[in-house]
Design a protein around this ligand. Sequence first.
Ligand SMILES: [Zn+2]
Length: 276
Amino acid sequence: MDIEIREMRENYARFVVSDASPQLVNGLRRVLISDLPKMAIHNVEFHLGPIMGEDGKEFESVTPLFDEMIAHRLGLVPLPTYLDEFNFRAECTCKGEGCPSCTVMYSLNKKGPSTVYSGDLEPLGSDKFRVKDEFIPIVKLGANQAILVYATAELGTGKQHAKFQAVQAPGYRYYPNINFNYDKLDVDKFDVSCCPVKILEKKDGRIAVTDVEKCTLCKACVDEGSKGAVTVTGDDRRFVFQFETDSSLSASTALSKAAELLEKGSAELVKAVSAL
Ligand SMILES: [Zn+2]
């Protein structure tokens, strides 16, 4: 398998995978969805009873949403994840008690009237755990309402819960091949605007493809030409792959970690089969 990067941004990756099978790239897609770990809030403790303001004013620890709803919404907030520094809680040396090697603590203390945002989560410890996406609304507080919670984040995978899924919409398509048969094609009659992604243009009495990787294999150009004039096929050994992340992991980290997990999984499978 060979990977050529076409576009690598903080939260987005597009690349071409060559010398691979559909099964292998689908394996990569599934690892990105369900096996790649990320941090998410998994435990929330709510303060009950009155909350004191700085000026001595008393607030009620009441919000318009049920505590369960707020806990769920906090769980879905993308948190910066440092995969090399953390263990899964259940596999940690603390035996699941919770320690700085497997958990990150946050506090949230806000008084109404106001809107509570993801950016109000304060990491207890290093500032590198501060939420990057600061304006995800959690709940609106009325006058005299307040919220005080302590939340614990830990590593998990998409297999456990969607909140642990760092990668969104990973997908691939077969690498397009577009061929024109000029014995059958009448270039003057051929309308290049038939292509919905606009990658065809006329040049020196021929049809040129400006960016073949944008082709979605829709075959509108095949219908536009006379029978057999244009052929569009997908290469089943080469794929255009793309995905986004929710900013908890960078796209490059997600890709390299997923490739590592895929390799590890395949090695374990080979070992298990050869032991039979
Ligand atoms: Zn631990």
